[in-house]
Design a protein around this ligand. Structure first.
Ligand code: 15L
Length: 269
């Protein structure tokens, strides 16, 4: 399979560039700018997702896409609109026109960030984005379902927690995703026979998880990372903070940012 990785110059893209070539030797990378450390063996196409013609060029001859591209945190509406809303539309539209068979969409936990940490949610829970960024990820998931059923592209939306070598703090003990586990989920999206449209949570085997990832397990996911192995060190190093909103909701500080709601009312509802 000839695979396109969008957002290849970002943090998660950099991690995937180390692991994917062994699995998909015919890998094409794209982003707004060339990664500084691009090697001679890597194929790179510059593409602005907001420009359909550029996306069409990047997608030509591709069998499957891993779509990480876009703006990966909260930002002004214009930024989110261009990079994530128009950009993701262009990506799926270019995929349809080019006859791409599979798309793995990097959604985010922030599509669901306003669920309380005390609740365990599955993939059927109501969408509750915590930011304009989270709204754009919910849009991307909806777009994925639309292109899957209407245009026969197999799509996997992965609601990614936090990708890294190890969990960073108490919140990330619940949502940590080891890079190798992300690769396993990507392989399900690109290779699993008969896949039409699925949503899974992008987390490792985390004891403190607040997501029910049963569907991912049914699809064959076997995570290897265990955040609990890091828990004692992280909890001992954790600095006290005063963030009642962020501490209550799964989205953490993304919920606190610009928050003008009534936390006590929400807690009583
Ligand atoms: C995300 O969606 C971001 O892309 C990433 O930078 C982290 O902030 C992550 O969520 C998180 O929730 O920790």
């Amino acid at each position: 399979m000839r695979i396109l990785l969008t957002g290849a110059a970002g943090g998660v893209g950099a991690r995937l560039r180390k692991l994917l070539p062994a699995i998909y030797p015919d890998l094409v990378l794209s982003d707004l700018r060339r990664p500084d450390d691009l090697s001679a063996s890597e194929t790179f196409v510059t593409a602005d997702l907001a420009d359909l013609d550029q996306v069409k060029k990047a997608v030509a001859g591709i069998d499957g896409i891993i779509h990480l591209g876009g703006f990966s945190v909260e930002g002004p509406w214009e930024t989110i609109l261009n990079a994530n809303i128009i950009g993701t539309y262009n990506l799926f539209e270019a995929a349809r026109l080019a006859g791409v068979k599979r798309v793995v969409f990097a959604s985010s936990n922030h599509a669901m960030g306003f669920h309380p940490r005390g609740e365990t949610i599955g993939t059927e829970a109501i969408i509750r984005p915590d930011t304009r960024y989270g709204v754009s990820k919910a849009f991307g998931e909806a777009l994925g379902a639309f292109y899957a059923f209407k245009h026969d592209i197999g799509v996997l939306s992965i609601r990614i927690g936090n990708v890294g070598e190890e969990p960073l703090d108490e919140r990330r003990l619940a949502i940590w995703l080891k890079t190798e586990d992300l690769v396993s989920l990507i392989r399900i999206g690109l290779e699993r026979a008969g896949l039409i449209y699925e949503v899974v949570y992008g987390m490792s085997d985390n004891k403190r998880a607040w997501w029910d990832n049963a569907r991912a397990l049914e699809l064959g996911y076997r995570p290897t990372g265990r955040s609990e192995d890091y828990a004692a060190g992280i909890l001992a190093a954790q600095q006290p903070k005063n963030d009642p909103v962020g501490d209550f909701f799964q989205g953490g500080p993304f919920c606190t940012d610009e928050f003008a709601g009534d936390l006590s009312k929400i807690k009583q509802a």
